[in-house]
Write a protein that binds this ligand. Structure first.
Ligand SMILES: NC(=O)c1ccc[n+]([C@@H]2O[C@H](COP(=O)([O-])OP(=O)(O)OC[C@H]3O[C@@H](n4cnc5c(N)ncnc54)[C@H](O)[C@@H]3O)[C@@H](O)[C@H]2O)c1
Length: 382
């Protein structure tokens, strides 16, 4: 077999996403036939002992404790940003200026203005880029896209999505710092809107097209929490829950809800799409299944089909095991790396690109503006 081209990765941040991405880089060439091979060149974190332990465990060749060093290094081709949201823009813009290929975690930025600067930077530098909205690459979700694009649903009337969790209900939970930066508006930008609904919005834009207007409400149930960085009790600036209505350009109506206060739910991401001819449902807790109802079926056997998305002709599945055997969450990241490497060989960026993620950012901003001003908002076209 021809020698693969190395792509030297500089991973910045080694928490939850640092692990999923490292796993994907290590597995991808075992299952996908690609021109490029990711090399775990450097990992960066601020705690020298912690980052060294991560490097030893995952097989990174070197460590850095300042992300600027990763970007300065000539032996790094691709910068992977796995740090909290308030750091994405500065790192991505510097990486673009240095001519690095960039993979950035979601949400793209803290807000639209910052996101636009990031898009300008990667487009000016002409560097390949992608944003890790990984749920697009669950095979069942990719299959939903294929069925919609084939016209099997006909005209779409409704798009409904939820992302429910329950981990912040305790008023004793502090905000800020390691593990809890999501509760700190200065690090996260927003609460469930940028963290969870951003995923739902990215999937919706991909499956059902442009969202043009939104009407939202948000709530912060626990108004003050101890801040881990200052040690003081401080106001909570994030949205604990958010629900919004929207209109899509194709005439359909959208209904979205997310909260971290739905006792019993850990990561319940679901969506349902109702069309003139058929409907589709998907549930992250049963991620390898796509529920499909086709009105054209014989009326005696008409009903919801539960499609087990494991056959070789279904998206991504021919690269894994044999029909009937399913895959899981971590594979969505492997798929994104596989697509990224294939696109890199073809000289293009991988969707969702920074520009695609900017559209999601525009919807998130409109949602937060609508909740604040208690009125319908038009999504700024980007
Ligand atoms: N695609 C997804 O499904 C998904 C899931 C979870 C998180 N995310 C996104 O990934 C990003 C990271 O989230 P996470 O859950 O991995 O967080 P995490 O808290 O588990 O990890 C963050 C890492 O960044 C490091 N870090 C923070 N500031 C840094 C700095 N200035 N320099 C170097 N390292 C720094 C932390 O020490 C830690 O290692 C966020 O933007 C988040 O929204 C995406």
């Amino acid at each position: 077999m021809a020698q693969k081209k190395p792509l030297n990765i500089g991973l910045i941040g080694y928490g939850f996403m640092g692990r999923t991405h490292s796993n994907a880089y290590k597995r991808v060439n075992d299952f996908f036939d690609l021109e490029y091979r990711p090399v775990l060149k450097a990992v960066c974190g601020r705690d020298p002992a912690g980052v060294q332990a991560f490097a030893d465990n995952w097989g990174y060749e070197s460590v850095e404790t300042d992300w600027r060093k990763v970007i300065e290094r000539k032996d790094i081709d691709a910068v992977d940003i796995c740090t909290p949201n308030n750091t994405h823009a500065e790192i991505a813009i510097a990486a673009a200026k240095a001519g690095k290929t960039i993979l950035c975690e979601k949400p793209l930025a803290m807000d639209l203005v910052q996101g636009q600067a990031m898009v300008d930077a990667v487009e000016k530098a002409g560097v390949a880029n992608t944003v890790w909205y990984n749920y697009r690459r669950v095979p069942a979700v990719s299959l939903a896209k294929k069925l919609i694009d084939e016209g099997r649903l006909g005209r779409i009337f409704h798009y409904r999505a939820e992302f429910l969790q329950d981990w912040t209900i305790s008023s004793d939970l502090p905000q800020g710092g390691a593990g809890l930066w999501r509760l700190d508006a200065a690090a996260a930008g927003s609460g469930v809107t940028g963290d969870l609904l951003a995923h739902c919005i990215d999937t919706a834009l991909w499956l059902n097209g442009t969202i043009n207007t939104v009407s939202a409400m948000t709530e912060t149930f626990i108004k003050e929490r101890k801040h881990n960085l200052t040690g003081k009790v401080e106001p909570v600036g994030i949205d604990d829950a958010c629900a919004f209505l929207c209109r899509f350009d194709n005439g359909s109506l959208g209904l979205f809800e997310s909260t971290r206060y739905a006792r019993g739910h850990k990561a319940l991401y679901t969506f349902e799409i109702n069309g003139e001819k058929a409907s589709i449902k998907w549930d992250l807790h049963d991620l390898h299944r796509l529920e499909f109802f086709d009105h054209a079926d014989d009326s005696l056997i008409r009903g919801w089909h539960s499609v087990h998305v494991t056959d070789g002709d279904m998206p991504y599945m021919k690269n894994w095991w044999v029909p009937g055997l399913q895959i899981g969450y971590e594979h969505t990241f492997v798929h994104q790396v596989a697509d990224f490497l294939a696109d890199l060989a073809a000289g293009r960026s991988t969707a969702p690109t920074f520009r695609d993620a900017l559209v999601t950012q525009a919807v998130c901003d409109a949602v937060l503006d609508s909740a604040e001003h208690k009125k319908w908002e038009t999504v700024v076209p980007v």
